[in-house]
Each structure stands twice: as C-alpha cells, then as structure tokens.
Design a protein around this ligand. Sequence first.
Ligand SMILES: C[S@@+](CC[C@H](N)C(=O)[O-])C[C@H]1O[C@@H](n2cnc3c(N)ncnc32)[C@H](O)[C@@H]1O
Ligand code: SF4
Ligand code: SF4
Length: 389
Amino acid sequence: MPSTKSKNKRVKEIKEDIVKDYNYLNFLYNATHPKAYCSSPPHQVYIEATNVCNLRCSHCPQSTMRRRPQYMDIGLFEKIIKELSPSKPFIDLYLQGESLLHPKIVEMVKISRDYGLLPRITTNATLLKKELSKKLIAAGLNKIEFSMSGATKKTYEDIHRGAIFEKTLNNVLDFLELNAEAGFPVHTRSVFVEEVKTKSDKERYYKLFSKLPLDDVYVSPLINMFGWNKEIDLNPFKKLPKERWPICKCPWRQFGINADGTVRACIFDYDSRYLIGDANKENIRDIWNSKKMQKFRQTVVDRRYEDFDKPGLPLCTECSQIWPTGNKSSDSTQFPQDFIKEMEAFFGKKQPTLKAKYSDYETKNKKAGYLKKHRDEWMAEARGEKEIS
Ligand SMILES: C[S@@+](CC[C@H](N)C(=O)[O-])C[C@H]1O[C@@H](n2cnc3c(N)ncnc32)[C@H](O)[C@@H]1O
Ligand code: SF4
Ligand code: SF4
C-alpha cells in the first residue's frame, strides 16, 4: 500500500500535469487560431540574467548589440518569478549574454524552483567549473544546454571566439559526471548550430557526443537574425506575396525579459527593436496581453511586418524563423512543418509536450559508466589524437 505521503505527492504531480496540459492545449488553440489577445499564458518565458558575454561567437549577433551591459537585479527576478508562478511556464534563464557570468545565477535557479517553476539554462560552458556545477545541480536546475558548434578544436574555436576547446569539454564532462553521481536530476543537451563552417563536423559531433550521458545530441539550424546571418538567403521566400507568408507563432508561445527588466515581444529581438513593457513597473502577466503586445500580434496576423521596421533595423521582414530553412527540430516554434507528426504524438500521448527528447535512465547510466572509465580516451578522440571508436 502506498503511504499517504507518496499518494499526496502523486496527486500533486497529477494536478501539475493537468495545469501543464491545459495550458499547452490552450496555447495550441491560440497558435492555430492566432488573434491579438492570447488567452493562454506563455509556454516559455526567457529571462536574461545578463546581456554581457565573455565570447564573440561568429554566428551570434552579440557583437552588434547596442543595449548597455546589464545584470538583472535579484529582487526584480524574484518579482517576475512570483508573478509568473501560477501558470507554470518553463523558465529559460538566458537571452543574449552568458548567464553563468551572473554572480547570483544559482540563487535564480533556486528561486525559480521555490516557486514551483522549472529553470533551464543554455550556456557556452566556459565558466562551468566543478563547484558551480555542483551548486546548480543542488539548486534544482531542470535542464542545461551546452552550446558546442564544432567537434574539432579548429572549428569550435573558429566559431566560439575566445573559448578553448579542451577546457570547455572538460567542464561539460565534469558536469555530466556530477549529474550522473546525483542520479541525473538535470536534463542535458548539447547544441550544434549547422552552418557552412560546421557542416563537415556534423557526423563527428554525433559520433562523439552520442557516447556521453546526455539526454539529447541536438543539431540546430542557423537562424538569420535580421540580415546578420546572410548564409541563409531569405530573398527567394520574400518574393512570395505577403498573404502567403506563414504567420510566425512565436508571439503566442513565448516572450523575453531583458536584464534591465524591459520586455520584448520576440525573444530573437536581441536589440529590443520592439518593446512591450517594463517588468519593473508592471505585472509581467499584464504585459503578455498589453496593448503593445496585442498590436504586435495583430500586425503579425496581418503580415504587416514592415510596420515594426525602423531604418536599418528590420525585424520580422529579415528573420528566417518563419521560413522552412534547415533541419527544423520537433520542438520548432513554428507550425506547420512538423505539425501533423507533433500533434499526433501529443494527442497519442507519446510525448507530453513539444519538448526535447529525454533519454532513459539505463541508457544514460551505461554511458556514464563509459565516461567514468574512458574519459581520457574520449578526450583523445575529441582532440583528434585517436580515431573515434
Ligand atoms: C544567444 S546564446 C546565449 C546563451 C549562451 N551564451 C550560449 O552561447 O549558450 C543561445 C544559443 O543561441 C545560439 N545561437 C546564437 N546565434 C545563433 C544563430 N544565428 N543561429 C542559431 N543559433 C544561434 C547559440 O549557439 C546558443 O546555443
Ligand atoms: S552564442 Fe552565446 S556565447 Fe556566443 S557570443 Fe552569443 S551569447 Fe555569447
Ligand atoms: S518572424 Fe522572427 S522576429 Fe518576427 S516574431 Fe517571429 S521570430 Fe520574432
């Protein structure tokens, strides 16, 4: 007979699943019937711990950003989390910048958990020292993504300017070992952006990283953010009449809070070209359906994208996110590329939501065993001193 304590725990979990599924179905309704007002709360909220970065990756518009350097105030962070907590969105603790530079990043993870939310981080992993990893795991980090565009020293260092291949890998391996020792509380994923410079490393990346106790070894398409990444040519798409342009679903799914508390309608808008509010002065839940956010959604529905463009500062008109470029993954923010497959999976309950793949405990445990025993060998393979077995 299960104890009352374990029964209560299960009841709590089921209630949380109901909220998640309800919000998700509501989001699907809004995304497939897009209107200015969005009755579902955001599925994901991105909170920028800092917009400061220690690297200058070649595919990232960080170096062109005009916003002033900023670290989010911890009091403001807690206010935002408290306001968001009833609707249980995923909390992504990054936008621009490198979140591990924030001296209170562990506290941010802890606060999110204390309010019942699931905090996630995407990081370049250069600052992920053992002590910090231990603290992040203990604080209740739900998921971590390691940005690793390149599976050779040459490609990696050419993309992630300022990082050293072996040092980053050692940080990642340390985190994976600590996570395994703790019983895999943190979901882990490596992210490799596919572009001309990295293409030749793709197969090697899969081979090498698939040996590690990660939940997912992921390849992400390169995004052309407002003309910055010219490798993705938008001109053939832009020839289509405007009424045949897809409606971008991002404004019904997520929004982003900058390190200074200002709120942007689109998470890709790294330079805050279109702001919709200020979390210092307003309740974040009200900003989700503020006049400015509703105007943004209506303009997207009407495909009047040029309404947001300022001279030399385009937004949706020069964004590749709405177009079927590259290898869109199952957690793509856009429909309908994988729509039928994704919805059948959702309604068939093969996967609870459109979230990243999670590997099972036995597989990860086996790979953790391999890592423990063969870490030096794996590093030799990564450095190219030994062929990948
Ligand atoms: C902007 S970074 C911020 C977090 C952290 N600094 C990092 O690098 O992981 C978040 C993710 O965006 C990815 N990214 C940056 N520019 C990109 C682009 N043009 N296309 C696709 N992904 C990009 C990075 O590789 C990284 O995985
Ligand atoms: S991808 Fe991340 S680490 Fe690289 S420059 Fe951009 S924000 Fe910094
Ligand atoms: S088209 Fe691009 S810039 Fe516009 S809302 Fe979608 S993701 Fe954001």
